[in-house]
Design a protein around this ligand. Structure first.
Ligand SMILES: Nc1ncnc2c1ncn2[C@@H]1O[C@H](COP(=O)(O)OP(=O)(O)OP(=O)(O)O)[C@@H](O)[C@H]1O
Length: 323
């Protein structure tokens, strides 16, 4: 649905130049929720804004739903943007318009026929759980409600793709959860493809089926969550499941084990104890439900040196990632 190849964008000023996006390749399949995680200044916003051409890339190609965005003329681009909704960290609502007025505005801009607008606004407000707040003004709404208006507005033209620019960063944890639930629900109900940028691991954990870590304009790792969990040393896997517990134990071999999918439900540690190491100790870990899969990660101590545990380590490697 979204395909980006060799994307570059450099900002030049008197102080010098910054390669905000420095050669990014990205593919987001239809119905996928792809999260780009990175710290401030990593280039996430620039990348996102290159998808709907709010920023013009210096090099590379961006195609959305098969349309090569970099080649479109102004009029064509305006039409193409109707198929790409966008939501923002600070909501970007019109303060002088009511909730219904904000949503209706999006319909006006896209040239939707006047006759059906009222009904469509009601439909959109229902979809985001704001029925009953149609006549309120943005100043009378909570942060979560404002973002719901932002989402309704972004979906007005029935886009296939939603771009989310730190949509939950200004919200408290509970409200973040409810907005992520709504986005997940819309993804499932409408088959909406979502590309989001965030600096919060929780967002990736809750709704992303794939993710990338961006640093200094580049992706340092990228893949489906399941693939990343199976990649030894993956930063994202570590971030999704921070492990506490000591990394060294005298007289024992300490290993981290990551499993996903059906393996996360299997009694792996019990089987390990029964077959190889009855004195195995769990030092830390958890099993969690991610958007795409169920996964578990444990730090365990096996009595003896690695050589004494060769069979046990082989058993673990066959079932998950051992690092
Ligand atoms: N319009 C601009 N002019 C000059 N430099 C810019 C411009 N926009 C972004 N930059 C620079 O490009 C780099 C990437 O910025 P970008 O906003 O894309 O990162 P980000 O990961 O989204 O961070 P943040 O979450 O803080 O916005 C930064 O060094 C930033 O200062």
């Amino acid at each position: 649905m979204i395909e980006i190849r060799g994307l570059r964008k450099t900002y030049r000023s008197r102080k010098g130049s910054v390669a905000a996006v420095d050669g990014v390749d990205l593919r987001v399949g239809e119905g996928e929720v792809f999260g780009v995680l990175g710290q401030s200044g990593a280039g996430k916003s620039t990348l996102l804004r290159c998808v709907n051409m709010l920023e013009r890339p210096d090099a590379g190609t961006v195609s959305v739903g098969g349309l090569e965005m970099t080649r479109l003329r102004r009029g064509q681009l305006r039409l193409a943007r109707h198929g790409i909704g966008m939501i923002h960290q600070h909501f970007a609502l019109l303060s002088s318009r009511t909730v219904a007025g904000n949503v209706a505005f999006a319909l006006e801009v896209t040239g939707a026929p006047r006759a059906g607008r009222k009904q469509r606004v009601a439909e959109l407000l229902e979809m985001v759980g704001l029925t009953g707040r149609a006549e309120a003004y943005p100043a009378q709404l909570s942060g979560g409600q404002k973002q719901r208006v932002g989402i309704a507005r972004a979906l007005a033209a029935r886009p296939k793709v939603l771009l989310s620019d730190e949509a939950t960063s200004a919200l408290d944890p509970e409200t973040t959860e409810s907005i992520l639930r709504l986005l997940h629900d819309l993804n499932q109900r409408l088959g909406l493809t979502i590309l989001l940028i965030t600096h919060e691991m929780t967002v990736v954990k809750r709704i992303c089926t794939s993710a990338a870590v961006m640093r200094d304009g580049r992706f340092v790792e990228s893949g489906t969550i399941t693939e990343l969990l199976r990649t030894p040393g993956s930063e994202l896997a570590r971030g999704l499941f921070p492990l506490d517990g000591p990394t060294e134990v005298a007289g024992a071999t300490v290993v981290d084990v990551t499993v996903s999918g059906p393996e996360a439900e299997a009694p792996i540690i019990a089987e390990l104890a029964r077959r190889f190491a009855s004195d195995v100790r769990i030092l830390g870990g958890s099993v969690e439900r991610l958007a795409a899969t169920r996964a578990g990660r444990w730090r365990i101590a096996l009595p003896g040196a690695p050589d004494d545990n060769r069979e046990a380590l082989k058993f673990l490697s066959e079932r998950g990632v051992v690092s």
